[in-house]
Ligand binder design. Structure first.
Ligand code: UN1
Length: 517
């Protein structure tokens, strides 16, 4: 174990979570399969090897699907509130293991420990939400046009839900899917990111214990590991009616095409290019807090991170100065140390992309006002620590149109009416999250109107990131159109059936059709 790992209790956390030096990466619950090539997980915090995970073979994948299909037969007929009880117990286990799991998230992914705990809290919250929902999986009843007939709709489980998740929320996104899918009566197969596979092992062990303690069959929660080829086993597989994928737009397009070709369903949570509009009526103090957290939180690696600030010309210089001052206060370093605001990027490939973005914005005519750079020296040995940067730019720049998963914030100036700012905000291919900072009711309502923000999330006087689980989460356009977590997102995990029952001795046909024999 490295010095950092020792001083911040990583060894104990790994032990509590059952993580070994080498871990089998394929599981149907209590049953773990040996697998093949190993994925090594290095911490971006200090570059140390945390552990290895074996990848899933095609043959093991087949065993996983067989087990999941078998489990589905009994799980789907268990009353939903009883499934809710299992999810409640899972939430309790998460409460018990919140600290070690939060620590692992922080050490393997690089987000701050506080954000790691926050991520586990999102898991707990979605479990609570799902428990209540397990008594509310309701359809509608409607009046039949035929006498003595009753018509209603009901929701049935789909079957196997395939989950492909990204490194940046290595545990929460899985739980948003599983907590709902499980209470809906589905079984889940999860392929976590190759960049955070140990988080996947930890979560699967927590879930497996709950299922085993309740004598439930293998296969309700399954784990597979590997690169895109292992993901393809699921996207191409007709036995997986729904694939929920989080990641880049590039990846999402491939998933959508592959799943679409077999007329399966996909739930996509892809790239964002989120903006905050700052109008002349904005509270500048709130704006700065929201913008800085949105841009540098999770080192700019949330799909909801703030990438663009669209500022009215009348307050542009004031906001710019306040931001430069705030960036001057940021402490970059070990994310397990609660004194630091910004941790590392996930790996050196991400650092290369960050560098390219800064080069590109300059090449396109941008003006860097808070310079970036890769940090070196003591504490920065992993090579993944970068300085959050700010550039004055134009929305038409190719790089501004592109989602760079790093702490690079673009300042864009607008003049005239709020409509002009909304046009800029909507003038990108992505449509995840958006926000306006204003105390002017007219501006706020314009932003939220049919002619306003075209994003899945539109906030007033709050930044773009940090959504609560109670609302449906997701975005439009190249973000993929999917909705996860709260509200009625559960419906994606079920199939709808319309039922008509005749309780007379006649057989009248709909639409007045006569068919006398
Ligand atoms: C993501 O970045 O993939 O709104 C999800 C937020 C978090 C979720 C982000 N609750 O920032």
């Amino acid at each position: 174990m490295s010095n950092v790992a020792t001083s911040f209790g990583i060894e104990e956390a790994l032990q509590e979570l059952g993580i070994n030096e080498t871990n089998h990466g394929t599981s149907t619950g209590s049953n773990w399969m040996p697998g093949t090539d190993e994925i090594a997980s290095y911490s971006p915090v200090d570059g140390a090897l945390i552990g290895k995970v074996t990848t899933t073979t095609k043959d093991e994948y087949e065993q996983v699907i067989a087990s999941a299909s078998e489990a589905f037969k009994s799980w789907r007929v268990m009353p939903a509130p009883q499934r809710g009880e299992i999810v409640r117990q899972f939430g309790e286990e998460l409460r018990r293991l919140k600290e070690p799991l939060g620590k692992l998230v922080s050490y393997e992914m690089g987000k701050s420990y506080q954000e790691g705990l926050g991520e586990v809290q999102e898991m707990i919250d979605i479990c609570d939400f799902a428990v209540g929902l397990s008594r509310q999986l309701h359809g509608l009843t409607m009046h039949s046009e035929r006498p003595g007939h009753r018509m209603y709709e009901q929701y049935h489980p789909l079957g196997i839900v395939g989950i492909i998740s990204a490194f940046n929320f290595p545990v929460a996104v899985w739980s948003w899917n599983t907590a709902l899918a499980w209470i809906c009566g589905d079984v889940c197969v999860w392929k976590p990111s190759e960049k955070a596979p140990l988080c996947g092992i930890a979560c699967q062990k927590i879930a497996a214990k709950v299922f085993a303690d309740n004598n439930l069959p293998e296969g309700i929660s399954c784990l597979i590991n590997g690169d895109y080829k292992v993901g393809e086993y699921m996207t191409q597989d007709k036995r997986v009616p729904l694939v929920s994928a989080t990641g880049s737009t590039r990846m999402g397009k491939i998933v959508a095409k592959t799943v679409g070709e077999r007329l399966g369903k996909s739930l996509l949570e892809l790239g964002g290019n989120n903006a905050i509009i700052v109008t002349p009526d904005a509270d500048i103090k709130m704006t700065v807090i929201g913008a800085v957290f949105g841009a540098v939180g999770t080192a700019g690696q949330r799909c909801t991170s703030t990438r663009r600030l669209i500022i009215h010309e009348s307050i542009y210089d004031q906001v710019k100065k306040a931001l430069v001052d705030a960036y001057g206060q940021l402490r970059i370093g070990n994310p397990l140390d609660e004194n630091n605001h910004v941790g590392p990027l996930i790996d050196t490939d991400a650092v290369a992309m960050y560098n390219q973005a800064l080069e590109k914005v300059v090449a396109e005519g941008g003006n860097i006002i808070v310079p970036g750079g890769v940090l070196e020296g003591e504490g920065y040995e992993s090579g993944c620590y970068v300085k959050p940067a700010i550039a004055e730019a134009n929305n038409s720049y190719e790089i501004v149109q592109h989602e760079t998963f790093a702490p690079v914030l673009y300042l864009l100036k607008y003049s005239g009416d709020v409509e002009n700012a909304i046009d800029v905000q909507n003038g990108v291919a992505q449509g995840l999250s958006s926000a306006i900072m204003t105390n002017n009711l007219r501006e706020a309502e314009r932003f939220l109107s049919h002619a306003g923000s075209d994003c899945g999330i539109a906030n007033v006087n709050i930044g773009t990131s940090g959504a609560e689980i109670g609302g449906a989460f997701g975005g439009e356009k190249e973000t993929g159109g999917g909705r996860e977590s709260g509200s009625d997102a559960w419906k994606v995990y079920m199939r709808r059936q319309t039922n008509t029952i005749n309780y007379t001795t006649e057989l009248p046909l709909a639409q007045g059709i006569k068919f006398d024999l």
